[in-house]
Design a protein around this ligand. Structure first.
Ligand code: TYD
Length: 135
């Protein structure tokens, strides 16, 4: 399992338009079991605000832009702007994340290695800090 970092995908463009490819286990470090997408979030809204014990994620803002604030197990805060359809942000497990500053046209695609299991989400920041300190 790697660190939080940006990944850049192959983009094929010609006179017909553009096409971006993301293959599980090739362009990203896991097999894709789940995808979901977030859109129509107001610019004032903060989404996320959780960490995951099992799920890893790739976040791709396919249209528009948004920002992602992450706090990893080192407890350092990092902020990423996602505004390119061919770039993704990889999040390993045990990363606290906030998604915010959505543009009106933002379409945020999220890929994950796990099916949805509410119990593997940590939704309380103090619990998250306690768990990362005892890993
Ligand atoms: P939530 O985790 O609050 O979204 P965000 O990732 O923006 O913080 O999820 C919103 C709702 O969608 C909540 O009722 C749970 C449901 N949901 C699923 O059923 N499956 C999923 O894979 C996800 C991410 C959410």
């Amino acid at each position: 399992m790697g660190e939080v970092n940006k990944v850049f995908f192959k983009e094929y463009g010609d006179e017909r338009g553009n096409l971006v490819v993301v293959e599980g286990e090739i362009d990203i470090p896991f097999t894709i079991k789940r995808l979901f997408y977030i859109f129509n979030s107001d610019s004032e809204v903060v989404r996320g605000q959780h960490a995951n014990r099992k799920s890893e994620f790739i976040l791709i803002n396919i249209a528009g832009s948004c920002k992602i604030k992450v706090i990893g197990s080192d407890e350092e805060e990092q902020i990423f702007v996602l505004d390119q359809p061919h770039e993704g942000l990889y999040l390993p497990t045990m990363v606290w994340k906030d998604m915010y500053d959505f543009s009106p046209d933002s379409l945020l695609l999220v890929l994950s290695n796990e099916h949805y299991e509410p119990d593997e989400y940590i939704r309380n920041y103090t619990d998250f800090i306690n768990e990362v300190r005892h890993e």
